[in-house]
Design a protein around this ligand. Structure first.
Ligand code: HEC
Ligand code: HEC
Length: 289
């Protein structure tokens, strides 16, 4: 049997500790990359000032009001503040909130948090997001309760359980994972039919109405490959500029509710994958503007 010296034990222990802490570092790094990029929870959960601009020092501190006919949703504070945020929730409880849409007390979280998509988030990505959430500054900001004037379903689906990673080696599959589970482009860019997203007929065809202020309702763009009413005639560079800089080929600036400010920090490889996926989206004729 091999003799374990004290020095040997210490070296082994240090190696294990090193592996744990570098694993934690890479988790937070991946979380930061996702949260400040494709995932962009802050597009809803950051506190906004009067002109819709993010208030400094209040990342993820909530307070935005999303008013639609069937509901008035108040976006909660998801900083680690113990009293007004989610600091008291366990990692597993936060993962259940993100993917299953359920709080620790068992209640269902309402729309428009995009659960149809977040259900498909991989275990490692959702863990990275939780690691990031744990280290943002705690902000005390009490947000009131949402009001739903519609019946919420008993659940957003069967318990999610475990979801495997999507390999970046398959560019189109990974692009689809970003356009769906990670970035929910598909939810913002698909219209509703009788209160449900019409993913079957109009995926990515635009026409969803987003109330972005008391006076302004935006209609999302058709980003299918249709050449007339979608983006089928745009070059790859033009699509990338719209995603990461928020400009159309004609130079017009997109409204910032299309979260290009977040997408700007995505890697070239990820934006390429997104575009490669968008090229595979079935053309749908839907003139939204
Ligand atoms: C489209 C807007 C939107 C996006 C994007 C969004 N959320 Fe939410 N989220 C909401 C709203 C609205 C609620 C509250 C719904 C309610 O009151 O039932 C909520 C609730 C939550 C809750 C429950 C908090 C509580 O105290 O009840 C958590 C946790 C949460 N979101 C985390 C996230 C994370 C993490 C992301 C990104 C992966 C995210 N959300 C993306 C709108 C959004
Ligand atoms: C919060 C909702 C939201 C999300 C999420 C979102 N978009 Fe958008 N997007 C919009 C809106 C609204 C517009 C139109 C803005 C305007 O009219 O100024 C738009 C415009 C666009 C355009 C320009 C199309 C045109 O004809 O002008 C492209 C391309 C686009 N989005 C791609 C994407 C991709 C790819 C993703 C995911 C990585 C995404 N969007 C996520 C809301 C969203």
């Amino acid at each position: 049997m091999a003799k374990l010296t004290i020095l040997g034990c210490i070296t082994a222990l240090l190696t294990i500790l090193g592996a744990i802490s570098s694993h934690a570092d890479t988790l937070v790094e991946r979380g930061a990359y996702l949260m400040n990029g494709i995932v962009a929870c802050g597009n809803c959960h950051n506190t906004r000032g009067p002109e819709g601009r993010f208030v400094e020092g209040m990342e993820l501190a909530g307070g935005m009001v999303i008013a639609e006919k069937p509901f008035t949703a108040l976006v909660p504070n998801i900083t680690p503040d113990m009293a007004t945020g989610i600091g008291a929730w366990s990692n597993a409880e936060i993962i259940t909130a993100i993917r299953d849409g359920r709080r620790p007390d068992g209640s269902l979280i309402g729309p428009p948090m995009p659960f149809s998509q977040y259900r498909g988030m991989s275990d490692s990505d959702v863990k990275a997001i939780v690691a990031y959430l744990r280290q943002v500054p705690a902000v005390a900001n009490k947000v009131g309760k949402s009001e739903y004037r519609m019946e919420l379903p008993p659940a957003w689906g069967p318990p999610v359980g475990s979801v495997a990673d999507v390999s970046t080696d398959d560019q189109i599959a990974y692009g689809g994972y970003m356009a769906g589970p990670l970035g929910h482009c598909i939810e913002c860019h698909t219209p509703m039919e009788k209160g449900r997203f019409d993913f079957d007929n109009k995926a990515f065809a635009g026409g969803l109405h987003l109330p972005v202020g008391p006076e302004l309702t935006l209609t999302t763009a058709n980003i299918t490959q249709d050449k007339e009413t979608g983006i089928g005639a745009w070059s790859d560079a033009e699509i990338k500029a719209a995603i990461t800089q928020g400009v159309r080929p004609n130079g017009a600036q997109l409204h910032p509710i299309m979260p290009s400010g977040f997408y700007a920090s995505m890697t070239e490889a990820d934006v390429d994958a997104l575009v490669a996926f968008l090229r595979t989206v079935k053309p749908v004729v839907n003139a939204v503007r």
